[in-house]
Design a binder for this molecule. Structure first.
Ligand code: GDP
Length: 333
């Protein structure tokens, strides 16, 4: 219950995060995920305070259809990075829709070993969108993790469409996991998602599947050549790996490093981050406007009736929308 949850003082959050205290980091993430106005003010102050200690990480998005091996990959890749001495935070963009209420990373046991590693921090995704449209706070969570000293942030999302665009807008490098042998349509991967990828990694390249994976690698590499050149000047690389057998993970890491070095040299790295911050500002404004609007008493009370009139054909959707919007214009908050 958020109302009885104990909050810390602002400085306790700040000091806890800066000293890499995971319990306090978790509490701070819960605070920023809270929809309460009081918490919103405190989170904004907290984010303002830690801002100078943020930004020093590589933010990597990982996507792919269910079953492609995202959790297995994150477990192996994450451990690989932790063993190299990196501090790795694993987050998820909540893909739960009104319909499925699904939640990746909800089950921590999927990353058993990684979750116990001293250098790793796994934040399970919230179990669903709260009513009123409170947005997932992954961007803010990234900042908190960076301030706590995590230098690699892995952000998992399910490859079903909308959430990729969101993840792409908050990461430096976007990695698409795929499988050999399953047609693109079967994998539900739209061309647009392939175009967003900085790298395609064909997972499960082990056992009987090695040959097919190598073939798929060539096919995807050829397919990518047909796409228009990206504005970064980076050519997406296709690789194979086996998350289960720890094969090819070095190649993946080398590619990400290569990307990071080159993009820092050209200035694209910081340009992209600046643009993402501006987009984030706009998204925040939109989220606030939308949630404030639906919170209005008259909107709340009239919405069911107007929905009914729209579904029965008594009112056009535009007409109903304008009626609701006029409540906003007529009522000062
Ligand atoms: P997710 O739904 O994308 O998170 O996929 P999971 O990580 O849960 O993996 C789905 C299934 O594929 C599990 O049974 C894994 O054991 C298996 N799997 C994952 N990676 C590999 C791999 O590299 N090779 C093989 N052979 N199986 C894998």
């Amino acid at each position: 219950m958020p109302s009885v949850r104990k909050r810390l003082e602002l400085n306790d959050y700040v000091n806890g995060i800066k000293s890499s205290n995971r319990v306090i980091l978790s509490q701070a993430i819960t605070l920023i995920e809270s929809a309460l106005t009081f918490d919103r003010d405190l989170s904004e102050s907290l984010l303002g305070k830690i801002l100078p200690s943020t930004g020093n990480s590589l933010r990597i998005g990982i996507t792919g259809v269910p079953g492609v091996g995202k959790s297995t990959f994150i477990e192996s890749f994450g451990l690989h990075l932790c063993e190299m001495g990196h501090k790795v935070a694993i987050l998820a963009v909540d893909p739960s829709s009104q319909k499925t209420r699904g939640s990746i990373l909800g089950d921590k046991t999927r990353m058993e070993e990684l979750s116990h590693h001293k250098n790793a921090f796994i934040r399970p995704s919230p179990t669903g969108r709260s009513l009123g449209g409170v947005a997932n706070k992954t961007r803010e969570t990234i900042l908190l993790c960076e301030a706590a000293g995590f230098d690699i942030i892995l952000i998992e999302t399910v490859g079903v469409g909308q959430s990729e665009v969101t993840v792409k807008s908050m990461v430096d490098f976007f990695l698409l996991l795929m499988l050999a042998g399953a047609g693109d349509e079967l994998q539900g991967i739209k061309k647009g998602i392939m175009e967003m990828a900085d790298s395609i990694v064909i997972n499960k390249a082990d056992g009987d599947n090695i040959k097919a994976s190598k073939q798929a690698k060539t096919e995807y590499q050829n397919a990518l050549h047909l796409f228009p050149a990206s504005e970064s000047g980076w050519y997406p690389k296709v690789m194979t790996c086996s998350a289960q057998e720890n094969l090819g993970l070095n190649d993946v890491w080398d590619t990400i490093n290569d990307f990071s070095t080159k993009m820092k040299e050209t200035g694209f790295f910081s340009e992209q981050r600046k643009r993402q911050s501006i987009d984030w500002m706009h998204a925040t404004i939109q989220n606030h406007l939308v949630s404030d609007f639906f919170e209005k008493y008259r909107v709340k009370s009239m919405l069911p009736l107007l929905e009914e009139k729209v579904s029965s054909g008594e009112l056009t959707p535009q007409n109903a929308a304008h009626q609701l919007l006029s409540f906003r214009e007529n009522s000062a908050k």
